[in-house]
Ligand binder design. Structure first.
Ligand SMILES: [Zn+2]
Length: 294
């Protein structure tokens, strides 16, 4: 009899626990997953997420071989100049909060990409720098990536995707919600595989124009990147900037329309610095070709 009582009150407690958990958890996850358009993470969370991503990137030198600044100070000086020209814009809100000064060059000629994590950790592949014909185009692409961080697109996206997965996990009782390490690892995984929505891509294209409007770069530099892709017909994999909105024709038109609306200059900057930037990178292909001919 006593035992039955214990089991009875245990089941009663479990039932209430479930009701409370579902009562609070379910609406919260539905809100995160489907309703929230603004990040519920704070700006400090963004910086923390960025720091975590930067650490996990640093632990994977095979995939992300970071070009050491101590050996290539000139390349980093050039990159700092380009990023500086963008974040000087009065439209940049998190200049002093985000880690824009932590920018890194990834030494891979086979990747035409650049990205910026939440919290402003900027990564640029050597492949992209070597591919582009003008510094203006790199500034355009970086302006686009910085706009994702400034508008906190990653956080919105993350809470949406993570919210859905956590909800599913929660219902299937497979996510140990209390295990924070586990959740951190999952967030990180989501973050690395993150793709942005069409609206977020369009917004970042427009912001790139606005950031460049006060620089000495052609403010429609992002369009320059798309034009180069179209003209060369290169199969470049899928750089972040094309991830969810690959129709470059309509994006070129929208970017140019925004430049007209803002009334900014589309005259390219002094091209001599760009050559110097490209030459400051390791010239791996030349070395490889030499090696092959021996
Ligand atoms: Zn993008």
């Amino acid at each position: 009899m006593r035992l039955l009582q214990i089991i009875g009150s245990f089941l009663y407690a479990i039932r209430w626990l479930l009701i409370v958990a579902i009562g609070i958890g379910l609406p919260l996850y539905i809100y995160l997953a489907f309703i929230a358009k603004e990040p519920v993470f704070t700006v400090e969370n963004d910086v923390e997420l960025g720091k975590m991503s930067a650490q996990s990137l640093a632990e994977d030198p095979e995939e992300y071989p970071i070009l050491p600044e101590s050996e290539y100070p000139e390349a980093y000086e050039h990159l700092r100049r380009v990023v500086g020209g963008i974040i000087d814009s009065p439209e940049i809100q998190y200049r002093d909060v985000f880690a824009y000064d932590q920018m890194k060059i990834i030494n891979r000629d086979d990747v035409l990409n650049a990205f910026c994590t939440p919290g402003g950790y900027i990564y640029v592949y050597t492949g992209l720098i070597k591919y582009l014909d003008r510094e203006d185009d790199l500034a355009g692409v970086l302006g686009h990536e910085i706009a994702h961080a400034e508008n906190r697109h990653g956080s919105v996206r993350l809470q949406r995707e993570f919210g859905v997965k956590a909800l599913t996990g929660f219902l299937l009782l497979t996510v140990p919600i209390s295990t924070s390490d586990y959740i951190n690892a999952r967030i990180l995984k989501e973050l690395m595989g993150l793709s942005y929505s069409r609206d977020q891509e369009a917004q970042s294209d427009a912001y790139s124009v606005r950031y460049l409007a006060t620089s000495d770069y052609a403010c429609d530099g992002t369009a320059g990147f798309f034009i180069k892709l179209q003209e060369s017909g290169d199969d470049v994999g899928i750089p972040e900037i094309l991830s969810d909105h690959p129709d470059s024709g309509s994006r070129i038109r929208e970017i140019q329309r925004e430049a007209k609306r803002v009334g900014c200059s589309t005259e390219p900057a002094d091209p001599s610095r760009w050559k110097a930037f490209q030459q400051s990178l390791p010239q791996k292909d030349a070395a490889a070709a030499e090696g092959a001919s021996e």
